[in-house]
Ligand binder design. Structure first.
Ligand code: F3S
Length: 755
């Protein structure tokens, strides 16, 4: 099952009717984004036009994709839902847990040894529940999705923020947390605030050294890392249609770096070429049959200001190659002297140590082919490469084809290391140093998307700059950050001055794609007999037990921590070394709230255990209360739980016996995650009541038996001296969410409904 053409045809049949109806309801021509959103409503139809940036809407995505790091908890939860199979086509991709060190063969072998337990688990769960499984080495999730599953006009979600890459093939594809993915896999609706719309009009054409990467690097400079928040970015104009499909993927991919919900392009000839080249002529034919529905109405692009919330115009003919960084992807610098000045002023090392080409952002056949044209010139002109060069092909199909066509051979002649078809250095899985924390200051250039401190190699002193693959190759060869390939000469081994010519390359392989084993394992038709085994003593995996309902009487609960100031999902459940426990709830619970600052004493991971009077770490104190049969309470400040959508930040406190999180305000996704795990997520009616909470407080809920939508709850807070305060608490639970609470979790409810 590479893809399901009948499913896609079904989507297209519904799309034509639904778009026509939506146009009447909205009362004006529609953007492509609106067409996809309105044709994927959970209820099928609507009698109201939604307000962008305001209304929460239920959607029915067509697909789900999960990567290995996030799939563990997503699948552990799905196993609890009591479903025999996933409700929508779903795939799992093993790409994050593979380190880059010695080259593809050795690194893949090492990953298969060190993470075999996790890979075997993901494979057997996939086999049991009808999920397509892509083995380690098969490729990076978003390239594999683009090559096999993405289709114009579709909607998908994925448990990775760069799921948005599939916008390059005209999808609305959105990154989510595992709990959201589980809802969709279990056949439930998926909720999203109806996004705002940003239109980006691309005029002119790319030429010379300018690549699709430079378009998004420019957009990042214009919009900054926050500018796309809550919005879909829709690209259009002659510059858009003149670009390759994988180039569009690059642009959509880095929409995550401007905070956009997603980005997309209208269906065009480049997408048709890509579909046919990747063995999906039937999808191209089906898309051609409804072509006007797979792009915005003509009036929209003719007068974009009337239909988008914001419009940006970029003339590709005037755009030059850019380098963005260090430490943030929106800091743009033009190649050459502008970089000399900035780097000198900021003390960025001008010498470049490594060039890295790959990641889900830029690892297509076209990317490798254009970068290899520069590498070939270096060989032809007698240039010796000054920096190290590493390549991560995006998929086995790209790797095999690029090897067949001599592209990888060119890089190898320049002494490049070909790493596994996996994330590798893009996610810190790069064994570059034995002691990264104390490694030296240095500069690297890569074609990835993120360049935050420590992201690639764990070294806080590595200055990472983001560029197109061809510019990355040129800078690695020159060994200087401020090398301008348009004007600068290099000295070759014979002492002669030489210059690069413009990069050239193939949009798609002239001899077609080829692959021997693409790394895909189809699930069994009937997986009911597949046994998923997890060892009792496993460090990394633990089967989940259903949470017990907290009930309608919570009394005698103890304050666990009153968090002071910012408390993000990273403060609640840290990443870094804890990543290896993402599939083991009890082990990862040992990091619960260890980053949160205790309002009493202003220290982290240092709270009073009311049972002993001693100060201990937060997880230890929570475990002590739990062992004594006492529930605990977390109190927090504003925007509690901001950051990622990871469900661990709700599951861990729940696992440790926290019954309620009472805060001044919540980040919305975290609030929903608390509800999904059957906990109380409440806000002070009077924010100043936060100040009334004392270190030795005990909490008695007085009216939990009357828990109902739009009705306040009350808690009696008993202080150490015996005095009491009764606090009014607000909540946003609707009746269905109260059922989640009553059943112990949303999953328990799904399971009950399936019983
Ligand atoms: Fe992997 Fe980096 Fe993309 S971690 S999914 S290659 S952003």
């Amino acid at each position: 099952m590479a893809f399901d053409i009948d499913m896609i045809k079904g989507v297209y049949t519904k799309m034509t009717d639904r778009v026509d109806e939506a146009r009447k309801i909205v009362g004006k021509p529609l953007t492509l984004s609106e067409k996809i959103l309105y044709s994927h409503l959970w209820d099928g139809k609507t009698d109201q036009a939604f307000t962008r940036g305001k209304d929460y809407v239920d959607f029915a995505p067509d697909r789900v994709a999960c990567q290995d790091a996030t799939a563990q908890m997503a699948l552990l939860q799905f196993m609890q839902a009591g479903k025999p199979k996933v409700a929508v086509p779903t795939t799992v991709h093993c790409d994050h847990l593979i380190q880059a060190k010695d080259g593809a063969a050795a690194d893949l072998k090492h990953a298969n040894q060190t993470s075999s337990e996790v890979f075997n688990f993901l494979e057997s769960v996939s086999n049991k529940y009808g999920i397509g499984f892509w083995k380690p080495g098969a490729g990076i999730i978003h390239q594999v999705v683009l090559e096999n599953y993405a289709f114009p006009g579709g909607m998908m979600i994925g448990t990775d923020s760069h799921t948005v890459n599939a916008g390059g093939l005209g999808m609305v594809a959105i990154g989510v947390g595992g709990a959201d993915a589980v809802d969709v896999m279990a056949g439930m609706a998926w909720e999203l605030k109806f996004p705002k719309l940003i239109g980006v009009k691309l005029t002119g054409t790319l030429s010379g050294w300018t690549a699709p990467k430079d378009v998004i690097l420019k957009v990042a400079e214009i919009l900054t890392v926050k500018g796309g928040t809550g919005a879909i970015v829709e690209y259009f104009g002659p510059g858009a249609t003149s670009m390759s499909c994988t180039g569009k993927g690059t642009i959509c991919n880095m929409g995550a770096e401007i905070g956009a919900t997603t980005s997309t392009f209208g269906y065009d000839d480049s997408m048709e070429r890509y579909l046919r080249s990747t063995d999906r002529a039937d999808v191209a034919d089906a898309a051609n049959a409804i072509r006007p529905y797979l792009t915005a109405d003509d009036e929209v692009y003719a007068n974009p200001e009337a239909y988008f919330d914001q419009v940006i115009e970029i003339n590709l003919s005037e755009l030059g190659p850019l380098l963005n960084g260090p430490f943030t992807p929106d800091l743009s610098t033009e190649v050459g002297s502008a970089m000399t000045e900035k780097a000198t002023a900021n003390e960025w090392p001008l010498q470049v140590e490594w060039g890295l080409i790959g990641s889900c952002t830029n690892s297509s056949y076209e990317d490798l082919s254009r970068a290899s044209s520069i590498a070939q010139q270096a060989l032809d002109k007698g240039l010796k490469i000054k920096a190290d060069l590493g390549i991560n092909p995006g998929s086995e199909q790209v790797r095999y084809t690029a090897e067949r066509d001599g592209i990888l051979g060119i890089f190898e002649k320049l002494d490049a290391k070909i790493f596994t078809n996996a994330c590798g250095p893009c996610i810190g899985q790069w064994a570059r140093y034995s002691d990264p924390k104390n490694a030296p200051k240095n500069s690297i250039v890569h074609s990835f998307n993120r360049n935050f401190a420590k992201r690639a190699d764990g070294n806080p002193n590595t200055h990472a700059f983001v560029a197109s693959p061809e510019l990355t190759a040129a800078i690695a060869i020159a060994g200087r950050l401020d090398f301008n390939p348009l004007t600068d000469k290099l000295i070759n081994e014979n002492g002669e001055e030489v210059m690069f010519e413009e990069p050239t390359g193939w949009e798609l392989p002239p001899k077609g794609f080829e692959v021997k084993d693409n790394g895909y394992l189809a699930p069994r038709e009937d997986g009911s007999s597949v046994v998923v085994s997890v060892a009792d003593d496993s460090e990394r995996l633990q089967l989940l037990e259903p949470f017990t309902p907290l009930g309608d009487s919570i009394t005698g609960a103890k304050l666990l921590i009153k968090a002071f100031g910012k408390c993000t999902t990273d403060h609640i459940s840290m990443a870094g070394p804890w990543l290896r426990f993402r599939g083991h709830l009890d082990n990862i619970a040992n990091n619960t709230l260890i980053g949160a600052v205790n309002a009493f004493g202003k220290k982290t991971n240092f709270v009073k255990n009311q049972l002993t009077g001693e100060y201990e770490g937060v997880p230890d104190t929570a475990r002590a209360y739990k062992a004594a049969g006492i529930k605990s309470i977390v109190v927090g400040d504003h925007n509690y739980g901001e950051g990622s959508s990871r469900e661990h930040a709700a599951m861990q406190p729940r696992h440790l016996g926290v019954a309620a999180v009472i805060v001044k305000s919540f980040a919305r996704i975290h609030e929903t995650n608390l509800k999904k795990q059957g906990m109380l997520g409440l806000t002070f009616d009077n924010e100043a009541d936060y100040d009334l909470i004392q270190e030795d407080d005990t909490f008695n809920f007085t009216d939990l038996n009357e828990f109902a939508p739009d009705k306040q709850l009350h808690v009696e807070v008993v202080h150490k001296d015996g005095t009491k305060d009764v606090l009014a608490l607000n909540h946003t639970y609707n009746q269905a969410q109260i059922e989640w609470y009553n059943e112990g979790s949303a999953l328990n409810l799904i399971k009950k409904q399936n019983a």
